[in-house]
Design a protein around this ligand. Structure first.
Ligand SMILES: [Zn+2]
Length: 127
């Protein structure tokens, strides 16, 4: 149960030290994005994903060997993520932390819910 579904689905794409720090609501977006990146890996065999996280309410995907197309795929996913509730995956809006910076994305129902369960992954077992 601690193994990330992403690690199992994309064994050629994720690096050895792959870490996932996203909540369940973004899993569909992340899975679609990794699917596109795996296609691009046909052109860029060195493409690797090392880290997937949320920063300032947006999806961040870090890795190495990114082509221009891979960067475009990641940029597109980052833009989409700011309208997807991290808790449930329906349409949401950025929420502010102490009225200053964006702390996450929530739908109306989950606006006051703290960050949901992280996607299961053995690398963040200690959380
Ligand atoms: Zn929601």
């Amino acid at each position: 149960m601690n193994k990330s579904p992403l690690r199992e689905q994309f064994p050629t794409l994720v690096g050895e030290h792959f870490e996932v720090w996203i909540s369940e609501g973004w899993l569909t977006l992340v899975t679609e994005t990794l699917g596109l990146l795996r296609q691009e890996q046909g052109n860029m065999p060195g493409l690797r994903i090392d880290e997937i996280k949320q920063k300032w309410g947006q999806l961040v995907i870090n890795g190495e060997g990114f082509s221009e197309r891979a960067n475009a795929i990641v940029d597109d996913a980052r833009e989409k993520s700011s309208t997807i509730c991290e808790v449930c995956g329906i349409q949401g809006d950025p929420i502010l932390s102490r009225g200053r910076h964006v702390a996450g994305v929530r739908c109306a129902e989950h606006v006051s819910v703290k960050r949901g369960t992280l996607v299961a992954d053995e690398s963040n077992k200690q959380v």
